[in-house]
Design a binder for this molecule. Structure first.
Ligand code: ADP
Ligand code: MG
Length: 424
């Protein structure tokens, strides 16, 4: 007879005994860049990698789960990027293959190194590889191994950006790349992408209407990353000519049908999990970017996504302080927290990341920080924001169910048919 735990999963519920896992938060302090040096900015950070602490001049210490201090020295830069990947992200890739959802969020002001760290504007010859190319490389290497062992693996990816509270499909075949030429990138086709609760009823959400590309090789996947990154909305602001005022979300869905040989009767086990790799919009306040008109409007909207994210984090932290845990997604399990209202739906960003925050996901936040005196105020705000996020507790659970198997297969077939149509 199936165990209660299995039954609960089939009914789409998280088991109340699933382990609670804190959101892991790391700080990544980039070196001073030429522009900062030229303007006479001083380094105001004391980074203690061993103690996992950052001391900000006159503002005290901030502790994190990990702290990274990449330098301009190539060997050291590479070493730190690798350490970051190994310590923070690799465990999430392992989890993905065990059926656990995962999310990596890069947070920080424009110019603090989010895109550099995530590696979302990927170029093959790059000396230091960011998070996303490393993830892709590992996922494909592992998938190949699993397939060689006679199991089935399928991978799909999607890439969207949230800009002005609209979701844009960065992989749309007729997409943003073409419309971007028409009087600026903001004139894109109105988005028809929406977010809704997954059929499984386990508190996870899914994107409806976004292109999902079935990828069968690392090259395919890197091509998606490159295509999407080219499409991202960028426009000059007072702070950074290439500032991105949108949130970019690259998502990978991994499905596996593996033979479970632990039983006498060989059984097929179906595992599905998703990983979100998120390059958040700049966290600076609008006034600093000397934003005007449309830009100002965008600034406000971006702040909306990030400010709701801040609100969600605060509420989850309060809930975990009061109850020792915070699983408001998990209302069905009768955790006694159903009275806690978490405003996920107040912004597209938080709605999409709903299960990454207090839900069914293993989540890492990387706070990207400039060490320059000229950025002290923004750095302080990033350090505070990120310190707070350390208190969020998630309840990751393995996504394994037989009913979902056929549903997922249908979806994959649909995506394949769509891809086929596109080629015709
Ligand atoms: P963001 O995406 O947060 O706006 P970027 O990743 O574009 O910031 O980085 C801003 C600038 O800082 C770029 O010129 C980038 O090359 C540089 N930079 C970021 N991180 C590092 C690093 N670890 N080492 C050296 N330069 C960096
Ligand atoms: Mg960027």
């Amino acid at each position: 007879a199936p165990s209660r735990r299995k039954m609960a999963k089939r009914m789409g519920k998280n088991d109340a005994t699933e382990e609670l896992v804190s959101v892991r938060v790391a700080a990544n302090v980039r070196p001073l860049v030429d522009k900062e040096l030229a303007s006479g900015a001083k380094d105001v950070m004391q980074v203690d990698v061993r103690a996992k602490q950052i001391q900000l001049l006159n503002h005290g210490d901030f502790a994190f789960d990990e702290v990274y201090a990449p330098s301009h020295e190539p060997a050291r830069a590479k070493e730190e990027a690798e350490r970051l990947y190994q310590q923070l992200v690799l465990p999430l890739v392992d989890g993905l293959f065990e059926g656990y959802n995962a999310s990596v969020l890069a947070y920080g002001q424009t110019g603090s190194g989010k895109t550099h760290t995530m590696g979302t504007s990927y170029s093959p010859g790059q000396a230091v590889r960011g998070v996303v190319p490393n993830v892709l490389q590992d996922i494909f290497a592992r998938s190949a191994k699993i397939q060689r062992e006679g199991n089935q693996v399928s991978l799909r990816c999607s890439y969207v950006e949230i800009h002005n509270e609209e979701i844009h499909d960065l992989l749309a075949p007729d997409g943003p790349a073409n419309t971007a030429n028409q009087a600026g990138a903001t004139l894109r086709k109105r988005s028809t992408i929406s977010i809704r609760d997954s059929a499984g009823g386990n508190g996870s959400v899914e994107l409806i209407g976004a292109t999902e590309v079935c990828v069968s090789s690392l090259q395919d996947c890197v091509a998606c990353l490159e295509q999407g990154s080219l499409c991202r909305t960028t426009a000059a602001t007072g702070m950074n000519a290439h500032s991105s005022r949108s949130h970019a979300i690259f998502s990978i869905t991994l499905e596996q049908k593996v033979s479970d040989r632990s039983n006498i009767h060989e059984q097929q086990k179906f595992l599905a999990a998703k990983m979100h790799l998120v390059d958040l919009a700049g966290s600076e306040r609008a006034k600093r970017t000397q934003a005007e008109g449309q830009r100002l409007k965008e600034g406000i909207q971006i702040n909306k996504g990030l400010s709701v994210l801040g609100k969600v984090i605060s509420i989850l932290c309060e809930a975990s302080e009061n109850n020792g845990h915070n699983t408001p997604n998990n209302v069905t399990s009768g955790s006694g927290l159903s009275h806690v209202h978490v405003p996920y739906r107040e912004s597209k960003l938080t709605r999409l990341l709903q299960d990454s925050l207090g839900g069914n996901s293993r989540t890492v936040m990387i706070a990207c920080i400039s060490p320059a005196s000229s950025n002290l105020e923004e750095s302080l705000s990033t350090l505070r924001y990120a310190s707070k996020a350390r208190n969020i507790k998630n309840r990751p659970s393995q996504n394994q169910d037989e009913a979902g198997c056929s549903l997922q297969q249908l979806k994959r077939q649909l995506a394949e048919v769509r891809a086929e149509n596109l080629r015709l």
